[in-house]
Design a protein. Structure first.
Length: 465
């Protein structure tokens, strides 16, 4: 049982916390710490070390110098960063924290969709994060858990990916958290509450769409618990008639701080993170969500380039997100991602054509259209090595989800990727590498995990951390 096996780790952690100042502890075990590299596939061999993350000390200095205060919040931001390279049509190599993996493009834009795609990545990031939170709360509260598993389903209209006048955002997330052990339904409900407040994937996505979590406790299904969406911006298209699909993903804990995720016949590992004593050696849920965003962006650039006859050579991308990771450990701060900064590198198009590609990204990528309701997204095109003016979404919150008086310490987790073939990308984060596929609305293969799988899956994964 988790509690009995890892009680010693908890004691050591408590002693360490009594001896080390909080800031020093955060610097020693940041959410974006380096990882033990995962061996890359042959097609990933061209990944350059230049895509690796900024050193921890430099990132912390940048975070401390940034103006990150919002209202009454005193943020202490850290930065997560990922990168991506298009390595062949429809395939991107992702990189984050020394990890490398592949994402594939999807059928609506003629992607191969054989490997994991961006939707797979986002979905699994959600449930992986959930599992790690459940695990951590079980240890904190001395609740013995035997098994933790999760499934997630998202609803979206994939026609928008192909350019139909509907917003392809995820309209809702439905999660089942299955837990066995010496716990009561009230214990599970308490874990769900922690999931909804401590998982940065959940607290980010909860602004964009309703999230419903149903606990199955010792094989007894409990009443669902729903968080209603309160978007910072409204981006739907007036009069749109939706045809909703329901991509799904699942995951289960296989050892302390580690889960195996599954979507459409693909399987991969997510690790828990340092704020809750996770190993953080493999890809973590935040890596999964960030890489889903830029992989999806590269597939849209690639697809629109083909549709419009625009040259899009040497496609690559990076993204950073800012959050206060202390909230994951239970501090009274909201750990949601506060901003996404995307850089799209492309050779061949004119500046105006690149701007049109970025606009298509903002309208046709379901990861973008979902996350844009949660936090501002800035896209900077670098055309033939010349950086252009950033293109940003407006973000004036209509509701305040933050905690009065919270003092934030924001971090910036990072990932990367590149296209390796049509509709397929290899993604990298902290030494891990995996595949994302593009999706059917843009003719992606959708055989591997896609970006929506990653986004939806991250929520329950975060819940069982």
């Amino acid at each position: 049982m988790y509690h009995l096996r890892f009680k010693l780790y908890t004691i050591v952690f408590v002693v360490a916390m009594l001896c080390i100042a909080p800031v020093a502890a955060l610097q020693a075990a940041p959410i974006f710490q380096d990882a033990t590299p995962t061996p890359a596939a042959e097609e990933e061999a061209e990944t350059e070390e230049a895509t690796e993350e900024t050193e921890t000390e430099e990132v912390m200095e940048e975070a401390e110098s940034a103006d990150t205060t919002s209202g009454d919040e005193d943020l202490q931001l850290v930065t997560a960063k990922v990168a991506a390279d298009l390595v062949q049509p429809g395939r991107v190599l992702m990189s984050a924290r020394g990890n490398h993996w592949v994402y594939d493009s999807v059928p609506p834009i003629n992607g191969p969709n054989e490997e994991v795609n961006p939707l797979d990545g986002m979905l699994t990031a959600l449930i992986a994060c959930g599992m790690y939170i459940y695990e951590a709360v079980g240890i904190e509260q001395e609740i013995a858990l035997d098994t933790i598993a999760a499934t997630v389903q998202g609803q979206l209209d994939p026609r928008g990916v192909a350019g139909v006048a509907v917003n392809p955002r995820v309209r809702g997330f439905t999660i089942m958290m299955s837990v066995t052990g010496d716990l009561t339904p009230d214990d599970a409900a308490m874990m769900t509450e922690a999931f909804s407040t401590r998982c940065p994937i959940y607290t980010t996505l909860a602004l964009s769409a309703p999230i419903t979590v149903t606990n199955e406790v010792n094989r007894q299904i409990q009443e669902p618990i729903t968080t209603q969406a309160e978007p910072i911006v409204e981006t739907d298209i007036e009069g749109e008639e939706l045809e909703l699909a329901g991509p799904a993903a699942s995951g289960r804990m296989i050892e302390f701080g580690r889960s195996v995720m599954s979507a459409r016949g693909n399987h991969w590992i997510f690790d828990s993170v340092p704020p809750i004593n996770g190993p953080n050696e493999e890809v973590n849920p935040l890596d999964g969500m960030l890489t889903a965003l830029i992989a999806c962006g590269m597939y849209i650039y690639e697809a629109v380039g083909i549709e419009e006859g625009i040259t899009t050579d040497n496609l690559s991308a990076t993204v950073t997100g800012q959050l206060d990771a202390r909230g994951v450990a239970g501090a009274a701060v909201n750990p949601r991602v506060r901003v996404f900064d995307v850089t799209m590198n492309v050779d061949g198009p004119t500046v105006d054509e690149a701007a049109m590609l970025a606009e298509s990204f903002s309208q046709r990528c379901p990861i973008y259209t979902t996350l844009a309701r949660s936090a501002p997204i800035s896209v900077t095109n670098v055309v033939d090595s010349e950086a252009q003016e950033p293109i940003a979404t407006a973000a004036d919150p209509i509701v305040d989800h933050d905690i009065p008086g919270e003092e934030l310490e924001l971090g910036m987790p990072t990932a990367s990727g590149r296209m390796i073939e049509f509709g397929r990308s290899v993604m990298s984060a902290r030494g891990n590498h995996w595949i994302f596929d593009s999706v059917p609305p843009i003719n992606g293969p959708n055989e591997e995990v896609n970006p929506l799988d990653a986004l939806v899956g991250a929520l329950p994964a975060c819940g069982v951390m």
